[in-house]
Design a protein around this ligand. Structure first.
Ligand code: PLP
Length: 358
């Protein structure tokens, strides 16, 4: 899809999609479901498009192993809208948050507008380079909120607490990347543009019994989860094209072994890259070893080698490596290795790291 030139796409998001999803979607822009019309110019209530939503929901259920207690919603506004939609719906008195990065902080700030926020643990003092593991969750809280993968700092939760209250998780950057007991959560949300599809749709998976816990306040219709659940995620015009592309990308995940298959693939890529960083005399990973993310690997030059930045950047450019620049709050480099990134792209980057010499 890259005009014959192989670009290794390490973009943090929006990020690489499977060729399968891009090709199928391109066909549907031209002629969707044999209708002789583009998918972009038909009713979202046509049978052909309703089938797409049904299939996408079915794929999410299958890939996550969800039972019938959950609704699968395709909403708009990005994960950032979930930062306030969650507390608006469920924060009556007090909520507990785990603070593991910029996205957690933003969720915490939004929640404060609706009630009391207790931060169970935070790694802010060390610039979020690890995931706190020992903390308690108050049993009288309305819910517990965590962020499974910290896209900016390259840390990832390896396990989840046994929460005494409903557990809510922002899985924007590692959803469908590995096997997880998704049924342990009461609400999961993810902006699609990292590991699920293109920008423009947000996946929300919600346990239906959460509807009985909605806080006692006015909630605008569009922000009520129940409204979307009861209407099969078709209360109003949904983001048709992002849902379509996501459906194809999830089909690709399914055809490649589902979450278990992605886990094998992603482990292999991450092990290869972290091993190269660990043996490199020039670089150091910024995350603590046991908190390292399989999705986003953050690394910087050791201070005595910072003057080599330009020549490393040139070597990456020469090797068709794209999207490696680190987030401004960490600096250095960030290699995002989402599901669709092939092993050969990591091999190409490792080759450059291994052969880089001052
Ligand atoms: C990118 C990201 C967000 C923000 O998502 P938007 O869809 O841009 O609002 C939130 N949380 C995490 C973990 C992210 O990686």
């Amino acid at each position: 899809m890259n005009n014959g030139k192989k670009i290794h796409n390490f973009s943090a998001g929006p990020s690489i999609l499977s060729d399968y999803a891009l090709e199928k979607s391109a066909q549907d822009i031209d002629n969707f479901a044999g209708m002789g019309l583009s998918v972009l110019e038909i009713s979202h209530r046509s049978k052909q498009f309703v089938d797409v939503v049904d299939q996408a929901q079915h794929l999410v259920r299958q890939l996550m192993g969800l039972n019938e207690d959950y609704d699968v919603l395709f909403l708009q506004g990005g994960a950032s809208t979930q930062f306030f939609q969650v507390p608006q719906n469920f924060l009556q008195q007090k909520a507990v948050y785990l603070n593991t990065g910029v996205w957690s902080q933003k969720a915490i700030e939004e929640a404060k507008g609706f009630g009391r926020v207790v931060v169970a643990a935070s790694s802010e003092d060390s610039n979020f380079n690890f995931i706190p593991t020992s903390y308690t969750i108050d049993g009288d809280a309305d819910y517990f909120h965590c962020t499974s993968n910290n896209t900016i700092f390259g840390t990832q939760m390896k396990s989840f607490p046994n929460s005494p209250v409903p557990m809510i998780c922002d899985m924007s950057s590692d959803i469908f990347s590995k096997e997880v007991d998704f049924n342990a959560f009461d609400l999961i949300y993810a902006g699609a543009q990292k590991n699920m599809g293109p920008a423009g749709v947000t996946l929300v998976v919600i346990r239906k019994d959460m509807y009985a816990r909605v806080a006692d306040r006015h909630i605008p219709t569009m922000l009520g989860y129940k409204v979307h659940g009861e209407n099969g995620s078709m209360y109003n015009t949904p983001p048709v094209f992002p849902i379509l592309v996501s459906k194809y990308n999830l089909e690709w995940v399914m055809n490649n072994g589902g979450c278990a298959g992605m886990q094998i693939r992603n482990n292999e890529k991450a092990e290869l890259l972290y091993a190269a960083l660990d043996r490199s005399p020039y670089f150091v990973g910024t995350a603590e070893t046991d908190s390292r993310s399989n999705m986003n690997a953050c690394f910087v030059f050791k201070s005595e080698f910072e003057h080599l930045t330009e020549s490393f950047d040139a070597a990456c450019k020469e090797g068709n490596i794209s999207g490696l620049k680190g987030h401004r709050s960490v600096g250095g480099y960030r290699a995002s290795m989402y599901n669709a990134l092939p092993l050969e792209s990591v091999q190409a980057l490792v080759h450059i790291i291994d052969n880089f010499a001052s």
